[in-house]
Write a protein that binds this ligand. Sequence first.
Ligand code: IPM
Ligand code: MG
Length: 354
Amino acid sequence: MKLNIAVLPGDGIGPEIVEQALKVTSAACKKFGHELSYKEALVGAVAIDAVGNPYPEETHALCMESGAVLFGAIGAPKYDNDPSAKIRPEQGLLAMRKRLGLYANIRPVTTFPSLVHQSPLRADLVEGADFICIRELTGGLYFGRPQGRSEDGTTAYDTCVYTTEEIERIVRLAYRFAMMRRKKLTVVDKANILSTSRLWRQVSQRIEKEFPEVTTDYMFVDNAAMQLIQNPKRFDVLVTENMFGDILTDEASVITGSLGMLPSASIGVHTSVFEPIHGSYPQAAGKNIANPLATILSAALMFEYAFNLHAEGKAIRDAVDASLAEKIVTEDIAEKGKAYKTSEVGEWIVKRIG
Ligand code: IPM
Ligand code: MG
């Protein structure tokens, strides 16, 4: 098969981790007899610096014509520390999500036996935890209008908007994931307060009837935040709106022991995007110390979700498991004094795939 991908390294550690994921992608293609072609494009702060736009038209055109997008990270301290900046790197990510129609962000959370001791939670709570967060990605507070300030600047507002149609498509997708797994779905909302959440609940209760085999739980977001810590193993598939999903998935990610381990897939109308859930980690940029595994695991998801190539995805995942077992890992998860460089981890995994 011919794989055509767009590579968007972005900011901070983005370029170094994407380089490893690309090497691994290329190794998997070679092993399974696929032809890989890829083109790089600008996104984020580097794109603002180069062309004044965090998601340039050229980048969008490349994404549209590619079979998948491999994405690094976005964000830079000079913008984080300047709330008055008019053009911001994150706008690039939001524009990409909106224009590619990426309404579903899928974040699988699994624990790795060799990392359980790194979790801030007790081992008996996390061992065997295995769930998927499905976050709505193109609606809610992130995109609702009006958004802004009053003329005198002393009042600010954001608007949370959801349509029935937006809720239906993401909830159905979540049910389909639940059907392929342990058949449990938790719908997370704040229906005791928010009008949008009440629509979520109403629509979900209707769709629930289409999937009688799935057990559905409705849970308020504050309770879900607590249960994720108290009993992560109770979850199978969670589905929630954009902002709640953003918050809960960062929380969920540390359960596994490192934010550097979790991949994600964003899917929807046009080309799917595969990216680590962590950020651009500017303090580590250029030092060859960042953990490339979340991005490498995102490449595994790319084979599976974008190209329907499951043996390839599994080969990558097995090689990552082997690197963890052999402790060929970066400093965030290494024992003291035994850390490997970003590129060394990538090269080891490439060799392992063979
Ligand atoms: C994420 C990130 C982004 C988000 C930021 C970088 C805009 O935190 O993908 O979770 O809030 O969606
Ligand atoms: Mg986030």
